[in-house]
Ligand binder design. Sequence first.
Ligand SMILES: Nc1ncnc2c1ncn2[C@@H]1O[C@H](COP(=O)(O)OP(=O)(O)OP(=O)(O)O)[C@@H](O)[C@H]1O
Ligand SMILES: [Zn+2]
Length: 502
Amino acid sequence: MTGEANQAAPRPWAKVAPPKPLLLKFPAILLSFIASMNPTKTRFAPSPTGLMHIGNARTALFSALYGESFLLRIEDTDAERSRREFVDELLADLRWMGLPWQEGPQTAEPGPDYFQSRRGAVYQRYYDALEQNGLAYPCFCTPRELEISRKIQLSSGQPPRYTGKCAHLNPEEVARKRAEGLEPTLRFKVPKRETVEFLDGVRGPQKFATDDIGDFIIRRADGSAAFFFCNAIDDALMGVTHVLRGEDHLANTPRQLLVLKALDLPAPQYAHNSLILGDDGAPLSKRNGSRSIAQLREEGYFPLALLNMLARLGHHYDSEDIMDFAALKARFDLSRLGKSPARFDIDHLKHWQQLAVRSADPATLKPWLHAETRALVPEDQLAAFLDIVRSNCLFPAEADGWARILFADELKAEPDMAAAARGAGEAFFLAALDAATLAGADFDAFMKALKAKTGAKGKGLFLPLRAALTGRHDGPELGALYRILDPARLHRRLAEFTYESE
Ligand SMILES: Nc1ncnc2c1ncn2[C@@H]1O[C@H](COP(=O)(O)OP(=O)(O)OP(=O)(O)O)[C@@H](O)[C@H]1O
Ligand SMILES: [Zn+2]
């Protein structure tokens, strides 16, 4: 492995070691040891609050590409927005993309190992440890009080952050407020006048002053764990060595490093990728209804196309060839990640889709077709039809269109194509019928005979034939059409214009 992220992160802020909670000291040492023995372990930790979009998918892919082992964790502490069906969709999307996770849930049934909503008891041990060591305190401030304080700070030109008001409550005051039935949040006490530094695998050295970070909530009033806390704790407990995630989390990292340091837990190395932007220039987000992976899957995109597009979105490969997951993984290099935001362009995805369709074998292509399409195509014509699909279609719906043209009787011609056929005249099609009868399955012989009889060439030869046989401008080469059409149907289509042109 190469790349900046594998160098030890400098931690000059670790000058004064915090009091080590005895209860947790031994496991922490053990965890560091295990982490040092283990291979690079990455993770994807989505919240099941919507359908996975291309930004999430790229984060998952980069993590899977980089990690020697890859873990999946469901961050479902937001009870209001988290939904079981989104976990289902998420697992389906990752499986469809072919991203194998070595650790993580196999079903959407929440369990204590990889669903944060079920890990309250684990987190409680660490809350207790922080509180006992004076590193966290209950906060009874109401949302309204916090909002007023925020406004005051903003109006006096200060950045809004928690004032630390409740840090000064004595145990009696805390007990009294609790007795009144007030449910506090738990805040992490941020050390003063320190600097948090880390080496970001994408963005290089990072430095944050703790004085710019207000004491932040690590447990919500309803008892649920806040992101800063459970995300960091779980990475440590699960032995994650490298966190590849979106840049939206960069400012969270110093907070998470402070929590881990306070608990003497090992910190992973972080690499923050630029966000993927949509057409409107805003980052893709579950909240703004960005195009979902499920939607792409339904439209018939191949996972291989998506993987190849995503792997090149903000990451450079020397080869422009389509590669499978293993090849993408072998050539993935953290130092080739770009710092500027990448824009999702559907045409790039279509480019890879075209390569994926072209290179797909029958075993991949056949189930990709709609069931109705498969029902239309005679078994002995399937291979020839798949060849037509490979060079003419991007999606199953397009393949279905061609199956209807080639294997069903009714033909809906584009208006100008019907005119083009009629324009060629009765004599042309009578000659074509004769030539077809003479040549049988031999397309070259058919063309030769038709040319000889009519003197037509170039567009004047091809266009009326294409018009009569398919009713469409574009499509498979004429020879392929000629060979795949049932002779009786071919003759009927040519004969059609021997009457109409009168
Ligand atoms: N537009 C984006 N581009 C790249 N990565 C993204 C983008 N949006 C989110 N991510 C990353 O996807 C991972 C999972 O994030 P999460 O499940 O919170 O999704 P989200 O789209 O940010 O959701 P929400 O809209 O609820 O904030 C995180 O690592 C996050 O940084
Ligand atoms: Zn408070």
